[in-house]
Design a protein around this ligand. Structure first.
Ligand code: PLP
Length: 428
């Protein structure tokens, strides 16, 4: 058995073998240079073309290019007419923006536990979290796997709730033949550099509903009803932010979108290789792709099965063991990390109930009734946060199956040597 790289043995993947994400080529360069030398670098042909091209590619009527996914999420909340003190349901395990976007519009996040196997909001737990103030659900397609939208849309319909898809990680992911971002009332995508479609920093808001689109556009650009390319009266009709992006970034996004389907196929092939070849490893649970879903494998998530390995039941000891395993995989040359250590109800911004000072927005009369952020009420999210290991970016284009094979070798090597994993040595 080869010695682990973390203890000085040979690395499975050598430095420089995994290529950077995203790959850029002459077509990206030509587009960005065109934007650079244009008279208008704020909002012009590239921004408008990117919105059109993305809407066509994803299957939405309206698309708005933003400066982040977080901005696009906030536009979804505002677009659906969520108001101060309203309750919005959201998964208990995600990136902070999935829930802070609710606070950005003075509404109150209400968390729902996840399903341990999919790491997504558990539809069976949604109805118990609905209150008389509930107006919407933010559904996160985390790590590029779509939530169970049939069940969620059915609940939303019965309770008259809006559904905002957080598709920030889910470009191209599918649920029963439908693309992420086409199933709820509106959706947000992120285009930051970690994402499967990247332009450095950016986002895109999509919807098929003209009213939601108009409301969201007001928030996007100074509360105005006209978009910058239209005839503006520079009047703030509503409370607006400045969430627009620019031409250089739009040009880069266009270059990347034109190649997205090819990148997607490569990532799918690499993720599928791990899905088919990492089964049956003692002490490791594979991710789960439910029937009818097409995972985009944004992150490939393993879970350490502490019980199978007979690791102490002490939570701290388990977390240290997971962290040591993660470091050992990373030392083999795989970009492995712990993605989110904290579940959302553990985060101070929620627990302190003081987003804007003076206890606001929880201080809105009646808004705080029955709202408690007690992490133990989300046992699956807690369990998941303490056992997962994410493989990020390594499987993306231009890296092909040769790299996927080595990632599988690296993970197998670490689990073959699992008895040698010593957190005292590795985490010192
Ligand atoms: C699930 C999720 N939601 C929202 C965001 C926010 O996107 P951005 O960083 O573009 O604001 C991200 C990414 O960081 C994310 O992963």
């Amino acid at each position: 058995m080869k010695e682990l790289a973390i203890y000085g043995g040979p690395k499975t993947l050598q430095d420089g073998e995994v290529k950077n994400w995203p790959p850029v080529d002459k077509s990206d360069e030509a587009l960005v240079l065109d934007a650079l030398y244009a008279a208008n670098q704020t909002r012009g042909k590239h921004s408008l073309a990117f919105e059109k091209e993305f809407a066509e590619w994803n299957g939405n009527k309206f698309a708005v290019f933003t400066n982040s996914g977080t901005a696009a999420l906030h536009m979804g909340i505002a677009g659906c007419g969520i108001g101060a003190g309203d309750h919005v349901l959201v998964t208990s395990y995600s990136w902070s923006s999935s829930a802070t976007c609710i606070l950005h519009h003075d509404a109150i996040p209400i968390f729902v536990d996840i399903d341990f196997d999919t790491f997504l909001i558990d539809p069976k737990k949604i109805e118990a979290a609905i209150t008389p103030r509930t107006k919407a659900i933010v559904v996160v397609h985390l790590h590029g796997l779509c939530a169970d939208m049939d069940a969620i849309m059915d609940i939303a319909k019965r309770h008259n709730l809006y559904v905002i898809e957080d598709a920030c990680q889910a470009h191209g992911a599918m649920y029963k033949g439908k693309k992420a971002g086409t199933m709820g009332h509106c959706a947000a995508f992120s285009l930051n550099q970690n994402k499967c479609l990247s332009c450095g920093e950016g986002g895109i808001f999509v919807t098929n509903d003209e009213n939601i689109y108009n409301n969201a556009c007001k928030l996007w650009s100074f509360g105005e009803t006209a978009r910058p390319e239209q005839s503006r009266d520079f009047h703030a009709y509503a409370l607006g932010w400045m969430y627009r992006n620019n031409e250089l970034t739009a040009a880069f996004a266009r270059g990347q979108l034109a190649k997205y389907d090819k990148y997607f196929e490569m990532l799918r092939a690499n993720g599928n290789y791990l899905y088919e070849n990492l089964n049956g490893i003692k002490g490791m649970l594979q991710p789960y792709e439910p029937e009818g879903c097409v995972h985009n494998w944004y992150n490939y998530n393993l879970r350490v099965d502490f019980d199978a390995l007979g690791i102490s039941t002490d939570v701290e000891a388990r977390v240290r063991f997971r962290d040591a395993v993660c470091r050992a995989i990373a030392a083999e040359g795989v970009n492995a990390c712990v993605w989110q250590r904290f579940i959302l109800p553990e985060m101070t911004v929620f627990r302190a109930k003081n987003a804007y000072g003076n206890g606001y927005p929880w201080s809105i009369p009646g808004a705080d009734e029955g709202v408690n952020y007690i992490p133990e009420e989300f046992p699956n999210a807690l369990r998941y946060s303490k056992c997962h290991i994410s493989i990020v970016k390594t499987l993306r284009a231009p890296n092909g199956l040769d790299i996927a094979e080595k990632v599988a070798d690296a993970v197998t090597k670490v689990f073959d040597n699992i008895n040698s994993i010593d957190p005292e040595k590795i985490l010192k």
